[in-house]
Design a protein around this ligand. Structure first.
Ligand SMILES: Nc1ncnc2c1ncn2[C@@H]1O[C@H](COP(=O)(O)OP(=O)(O)OP(=O)(O)O)[C@@H](O)[C@H]1O
Ligand SMILES: [Mg+2]
Length: 273
């Protein structure tokens, strides 16, 4: 499959708050795509504090630092021998781990990282990119090169929602194709006094997809190092993750519901007028 295509699809996970599930969901998206037979590379571009190596129990020999060194020394040298393999019950994909030492992350050049993605997308059907929660030079370049940006949010505290609003508005000003940015809500029914409809009012648009809170399944997946979509348990969260992947690959696509109605009145929406 890899020889036939020119450019693989790059799906980036981005947010304006920490701990919203970027890493957990990007790992599950990579796993589900690999399970379906696609060639997949999962990149941990949370360079300083990346979690993919921990969540998947990897002990990488090489990291993004080695890929950057290699492509800078000789851009014709193949990069795939520097990737880390993840394999579980016959499902396999490759990972670009974040640097092993924090100070290495500081010295990596965003242009070189983008060059690596451009090189690897010729060899993979999908590249899934995990990021940090900020509009950094690297992240803006990643947003640009991505085919799809999953802007992930949770509904917990007012500052998180304020930052989600700023992030979503900022993404819209980047003038990408309207289909490129997908607003996804994670941990939707976690305990909070904030109503989902108020958040939709503030954002001015509906969520593209909603993933439920399932603390036990999520924690178990991290503890065991086995992604939810591969652990054979088929929880509600697993089904929602599979449905998200199906929508991204245009299988079983369901059009989103009507745009959010702007309703006046709630105390929370008044804060953001
Ligand atoms: N749908 C969910 N239900 C319950 N817990 C979840 C869910 N999604 C993620 N979590 C939990 O939330 C925590 C944060 O998830 P994760 O590390 O994927 O977030 P992140 O956005 O990558 O965070 P960071 O910004 O720190 O990198 C983890 O403990 C994870 O198990
Ligand atoms: Mg993370």
């Amino acid at each position: 499959m890899a020889d036939e295509h020119i450019n693989g699809v790059i799906i980036t996970f981005f947010s304006t708050a920490s701990a919203v599930g970027k890493t957990l969901i990007s790992i599950n998206m990579a796993s589900e795509l690999a399970r379906e037979g696609y060639s997949v590379c999962l990149a941990d571009f949370d360079l300083q504090f990346g979690d993919i190596r921990n969540y998947l129990r990897l002990e990488p020999e090489y990291t993004i630092t080695d890929l950057c060194d290699s492509i800078q020394a000789d851009s014709s040298r193949p990069l795939t021998p520097l990737l880390t393999n993840y394999s579980y019950k016959g499902v396999t994909f490759q990972v670009i781990p974040n640097p092993s030492r924090l100070e290495e992350a500081y010295n990596l050049n965003p242009d070189t990282i983008i060059e690596i993605l451009k090189n690897l997308r010729k060899q993979y059907d999908y590249i899934i990119v995990d990021t940090t929660s900020m509009f950094s030079v690297l992240n803006l370049a990643l947003l640009d090169i991505s085919t799809i940006v999953t802007f992930l949010g949770i509904v917990d505290f007012i500052p998180t929602i304020k930052n989600m609003k700023i992030g979503n508005d900022t993404l819209r000003t980047l003038n990408y194709d309207s289909n490129k940015i997908r607003l996804v809500l994670n941990r939707s029914d976690s305990k909070t006094h904030i109503q989902l409809k108020d958040v939709v009012d503030i954002l001015g648009e509906d969520f593209y997809h909603i993933l439920h809170n399932d603390f036990i399944s999520a924690s178990e997946s991290i503890t065991t190092g086995v992604p939810l979509v591969l652990n054979g348990q088929d929880s509600e969260l697993t089904q929602e993750l599979r449905a998200l992947v199906a929508r991204y690959t245009n299988k079983g696509y369901q059009p989103s519901s009507k745009p959010a109605q702007q309703k006046a009145g709630s105390w929370l929406s008044k804060l953001f007028r």
